[in-house]
Design a protein around this ligand. Structure first.
Ligand SMILES: Cc1cc2nc3c(=O)[nH]c(=O)nc-3n(C[C@H](O)[C@H](O)[C@H](O)COP(=O)(O)O)c2cc1C
Length: 148
C-alpha cells in the first residue's frame, strides 16, 4: 500500500476541502496519506513517500497561495534535492482570470524539470464550470491511484 504526501495550497478553503475528500478516498482503498497545509522540502525528504500529490488553488495573478509558496520556492531552489518521486497535481482556478490555474502550472513546470515522475496529467478544476470541485477531483484520483 502506498504512502502519499498531499500538499495543499488554499486561500479561501476550496482546495483544503478538496484535499479532505481526497484523503478520505485514498484511505478508503487502504493507502496512507499525510495532508500538509505547511508543506516543506524537509518533510518531503524525511519520509519514504510513494507519491506526492499537489492540490492547489491559484491566487493573485496566477500565483501560488501563501501557505504553499515556501514549498515551491524550496523545490525551485534545490531541484537536485527533489526525490525521484511519482506525483500528480490537482489545480483549482477560475477561467475568469488570466493565468488559469497558474499555481498548478508552476508546479507542473517545476516537477517536469526534475527527476520526479508524473503519474497522470494534472486535472484543472474551473470554479466557473463546477460547483462540486471535490467530485471532479475524485474522478481524477481514481486514475492517479490506479497508476501508482
Ligand atoms: C483574488 C483572487 C485571485 C484569483 N486569481 C486566479 C488566477 O490568477 N488564476 C486562476 O485560475 N484562478 C484564480 N482565482 C480563482 C481561485 O483559484 C478559485 O476560485 C479556487 O477555487 C479558490 O480555491 P481556494 O479557496 O482553495 O483558494 C482567484 C481567486 C481570487 C479570489
Amino acid at each position: 500500500m502506498a504512502n502519499i504526501y498531499l500538499v495543499v495550497g488554499s486561500v479561501t478553503g476550496t482546495a483544503t476541502a478538496v484535499a479532505a475528500t481526497l484523503k478520505k478516498d485514498i484511505e478508503a482503498v487502504g493507502h496512507s496519506v499525510v495532508v500538509d497545509q505547511q508543506a516543506s522540502l524537509a518533510a518531503l525528504n524525511a519520509n519514504e513517500w510513494d507519491a506526492l500529490l499537489v492540490c492547489t488553488s491559484t491566487t493573485g495573478r496566477g500565483n501560488i497561495p501563501q501557505n504553499l509558496r515556501e514549498f515551491y520556492n524550496e523545490l525551485d531552489a534545490s531541484r537536485t534535492l527533489i526525490p525521484a518521486i511519482k506525483y500528480g497535481i490537482v489545480a483549482l482556478g477560475s477561467s475568469a482570470h488570466t493565468n488559469f490555474c497558474g499555481a498548478g502550472v508552476s508546479f507542473e513546470v517545476l516537477l517536469e524539470d526534475s527527476s520526479a515522475q508524473c503519474l497522470v496529467p494534472k486535472v484543472t478544476i474551473d470554479a466557473t464550470e463546477t460547483k462540486t470541485p471535490d467530485r471532479d477531483a475524485k474522478f481524477w484520483l481514481k486514475e492517479f491511484l490506479a497508476a501508482l
